[in-house]
Design a binder for this molecule. Structure first.
Ligand code: F0G
Length: 354
């Protein structure tokens, strides 16, 4: 669709826009829904992935951020602030730059994937590393935004949810209806809330079906599953290293209303899915994203999801954001060769490099 101009153009009637809302855009949205040919056959289900890593800053956050920053600008705000495990800060920084607003981000020290940090600094955000985790950072920025004239652009900002719900619209449009199951990673729980809102709105206005919402937390950060705040969340999937999700109750509501569930997957399951997706399908998504694939695999194996089910897994972020985890995970490293064609040919003929 060459005339695509981003979400505020495409969904102007389905988003809370006014005549004064600036038509901010980095051409976000309209992301590919890709059928997983190999894994569908292997696992016995009809599996698609919504590749949100193809958004302008490489994650689903752009859908919510275009809306939140446009509204901040409309309301006369001069600055936006967020806490982030990385992707929110990258997205906020990009849209704030585009809109000419100041951007302040607070991230947990040492727990941000390298690509995400590179983005925030490149887009010109003022970056602060807190000696604490995401939950602490969110508490601080929430409090500051209540006292100062600075707009909070975490997913507790309702405009974020509005923007992010558009992915559900796109899935229904691409498939001609909702899938049976929507599988999605859960961190702060804004995205599962947004998808459920989107599916319900399309159900009301277009008569599409309602999918079961199946959310997946990381085992070491499974607050909702364990029904308790996790003081020191830990997981390789740093994007969802969150122990006290802000949209906790609406996530539970989405799971209950849709006859779905929220469960956890282990780091090993996440890393296994991460490699399978790349090596069997040619799709590189960041570890947190692969919680949706890991959860699906687990529930197909246990029978919780029946064979033949039509499932969309949300791949929330691009694999390139976190090169260190990729290099650490895969045991096969580039093979060093002498500067000689013959020696190289020898190696190739010997079988797989490495
Ligand atoms: N996947 C990725 C790649 C994320 O960056 C996040 C959240 C999630 C999944 C979970 O989404 O919070 O709506 O349940 N990242 C936030 C951030 C917290 O700061 O970038 P959620």
């Amino acid at each position: 669709m060459s005339s695509w101009k981003g979400l505020l153009h495409a969904y102007d009637e389905l988003l809370p826009l006014t005549e004064d809302t600036p038509k901010l855009s980095l051409n976000e949205g309209n992301t590919p829904l890709i059928g997983l040919e190999n894994l569908s056959e292997q696992w016995g289900a009809e599996i698609y992935v919504k590749t949100e890593g193809t958004n302008p800053t490489g994650s689903f956050k752009d859908r919510g951020m275009v809306m939140a920053v446009a509204k901040a600008k409309e309301e006369g705000s001069k600055a936006v602030i967020c806490a982030s495990t990385g992707n929110t800060s990258a997205s906020a920084a990009a849209y704030a730059a585009r809109a000419g607003l100041r951007c302040i981000v607070v991230i947990p020290e040492g727990k941000i994937a390298l690509g995400k940090l590179a983005q925030a600094v490149m887009y010109g955000a003022e970056v602060f590393e807190i000696q604490g985790n995401f939950d602490h950072a969110l508490e601080i920025v929430r409090s500051i935004s209540e006292k100062e004239n600075i707009t909070l652009v975490n997913s507790v900002n309702p405009y974020r949810i509005e923007g992010q719900k558009t992915s559900a619209f796109e899935i229904c449009d691409a498939l001609g209806d909702a899938p049976d199951v929507l599988s999605i990673p859960v961190g702060n729980a804004g995205n599962i809330t947004a998808y459920w809102k989107g599916f319900k709105e399309y159900h009301e206005s277009k008569g599409t079906a309602l999918p079961q919402m199946r959310g997946f937390e990381a085992e070491g950060a499974a607050a909702i599953v364990q029904n308790r705040v996790i003081d020191y969340p830990e997981t390789v999937a740093t994007a969802i290293r969150i122990g006290n999700p802000a949209s906790w109750s609406s996530a539970v509501e989405a799971a209950e209303e849709s006859n779905g569930s929220i469960r956890y997957v282990t780091d090993d399951e996440i890393l296994n899915a991460y490699q399978l997706l790349a090596q069997k399908e040619g799709i590189f998504a960041e570890p947190a994203s692969c919680a949706s694939i890991a959860g699906l695999k687990k529930q197909l194996e246990s029978g919780e999801i029946a064979q033949g089910t039509k499932v969309v897994c949300v791949l929330t972020g691009n694999g390139l954001k976190d090169p260190s985890t990729a290099i650490d995970t895969v045991t096969v490293k580039p093979t060093v060769i002498p500067n000689s064609e013959e020696a190289f040919l020898e190696k190739i003929k010997g079988g797989a490099a490495g």
